[in-house]
Design a protein. Structure first.
Length: 254
């Protein structure tokens, strides 16, 4: 199976939490920690205040109280995020973390459970990540967040050798259209390359390459898979044109 994401990008991909825009746009002036909306609003407020730096948010929060479920959830989010933001750190064992801190509490928002899902994926616990995604999408999620969790599920299914499940997940993900990132389109394309559907893979690659937020690393990943698609289609002319029009060393190092 083709690796859907370069290893250099994997943690960056999951460290990016696509919650901010959906949460910041709310009209609530104050959050009440303890309500479903309040937990996520408080997380978004602290994230914005401290420029996304989890360690700074933790300084403001201080020591957690296991009897205040809403505040505990906010603290747990930033505590776990602080590990994700440091690539050399050892990520905590998620089930053990939950057993220790959430004996009497259940998550009230969606940002903390999404982060747990991301960490399970990073640790290679693909079945657990898929299970967490399925639980998340049963609730009410902003469409951007729903797209991101579907992306995690689809990639986890690919790594778990569940191609038909991944096809179903990625077809649902593709329906989110403009909400998708270049990496989302790349991952969908990789699945269809694996399935031998080169034409559909090329369509999704083009969507990624035409994305207004396309970055250099995303372009390299997409061009690599585009080159692969031309090879599978035995289209040497298109492959040569791509090589001549791009930085070959950058593409092949993607």
């Amino acid at each position: 199976m083709v690796n859907p994401m370069g290893s250099r990008l994997l943690r960056n991909f999951l460290a990016f939490l696509a919650f901010a825009s959906s949460v910041y746009d709310t009209t609530a002036k104050e959050s009440v920690v303890g309500s479903t909306q309040g937990v996520d609003l408080r997380i978004a407020e602290l994230d914005r205040k401290h420029n996304g730096i989890a360690s700074e948010a933790l300084k403001e929060l201080g020591e957690p109280s296991m009897s205040d479920c809403g505040s505990l959830e906010v603290w747990a989010y930033f505590h776990l995020l602080s590990f994700v933001q440091h690539p050399d750190s050892t990520l905590p064992d998620v089930p053990k973390f939950e057993r220790h801190w959430f004996q009497q509490c259940k998550p009230q928002g969606y940002m903390y459970p999404y982060l747990l899902t991301s960490i399970e994926f990073l640790q290679g616990h693909f079945a657990a990540a898929i299970e967490r995604v399925d639980a998340l999408i049963q609730g009410e999620l902003p469409q951007q967040v729903r797209a991101e969790v579907l992306n995690i599920k689809g990639v986890a299914q690919m790594f778990s050798n569940l191609p038909e499940g991944a096809r179903s997940t990625f077809e649902e993900l593709a329906g989110h259209g403009d909400l998708l990132s270049p990496q989302n389109w790349n991952n969908i394309a990789v699945l269809f390359l694996d399935l031998g559907d080169v034409e559909r893979a090329q369509q999704y690659i083009q969507k990624g390459l035409s994305h207004p937020a396309l970055g250099q690393e995303d372009r390299a990943l997409l061009q690599f898979n585009q080159l692969l698609s031309f090879t599978l289609a035995e289209d040497s002319a298109a492959g040569s044109a791509l090589i001549n029009a791009s930085a070959l060393d950058t593409v092949l190092l993607a």
